[in-house]
Design a protein around this ligand. Sequence first.
Ligand code: PBG
Length: 332
Amino acid sequence: MTTTRTLPQAFRRLRRSEGLRALVRETRLSPADFVYPLFVAHGQGLRREIESMPGQYQLSVDQLAAEAEELRSLGIPAMLLFGLPAAKDEAGSEAYDPDGIVQRAVRALKRAAPDLVVITDVCLCEYTSHGHCGVVVDGPDGQAEVDNDRTLPLLARIVLSHAEAGADIVAPSDMMDGRVAAIRTALDEADFGHTPIMAYAAKQASAFYGPFRVAAESAPQFGDRRGYQMDAANAREAMREIEADIEEGADIVMVKPALPNLDIIARARQRFELPLAAYNVSGEYAMVKAAALAGHLDERSAALEVLTAIKRAGADIVITYHAKDAARWLRE
Ligand code: PBG
């Protein structure tokens, strides 16, 4: 007669050495998972460190070839571009200017590094004088608000200008209703049926975008974004947002911010079969960085722990300011 020993279970047996731990590791982080966000500004030889995000820079277009080469050497396949316009106006017109900052950056990058996947963030907030993600009008109650349907044609215009410049993927982050359908139609009608859309699908109104708004100079000049971005309390609504973007033609869906939304990432992973991206946003980067600079935690292990958790929750693609550091740490 055989006896089977069930208790106590021995978990520690496989934790005794790094070799054993590596053998049974369930989630493996790789530089191939990362997308690196970048802020592009007008000028020459510009490399201005962003105060709210130590280690991140606003770069001029001439700096991008070197940046692309660095990403290639680190095995990071993609970059997400944000632009700082020369001037802001009510309509955010530089956002769709064929010679705007992002359009120039895309052309330079595709020339210098054709294999790098260039993703462009599609939004108006960096370009409008009021800092909102759409067209501001007087609402029914006399309060200024962002008009959904008047914003859609502008988003379509931005997207076409990015596609014409050579963007590999366009990523609308504005959170207007119906924008994926509007953008898909515009792309298809202009012979850009091959250009994929990565939709910021479940994007919450989050305090964690604070450092980004310093970096991109895009803080709203009045009010906030709660009239269009999601309420962080709502998980079922997040599923409906993702579902709607998929029905409208999204090719990749995104959850943002990542760390406060690991449950949403896990639910989306179970429910949808599309590639799933998660954005480890500026505030998540800044809080690890600030604590590390103050000597309160070890940046390397904290950042890798966060990124691993985001992947473990179910993200296929992790957009992170820690991409270059993490790629180096993973190689060591
Ligand atoms: C533009 C946009 C924002 C972010 C990405 N695209 C800011 C916002 O919605 O206010 C945030 C990214 C980050 O915090 O790293 N709408």
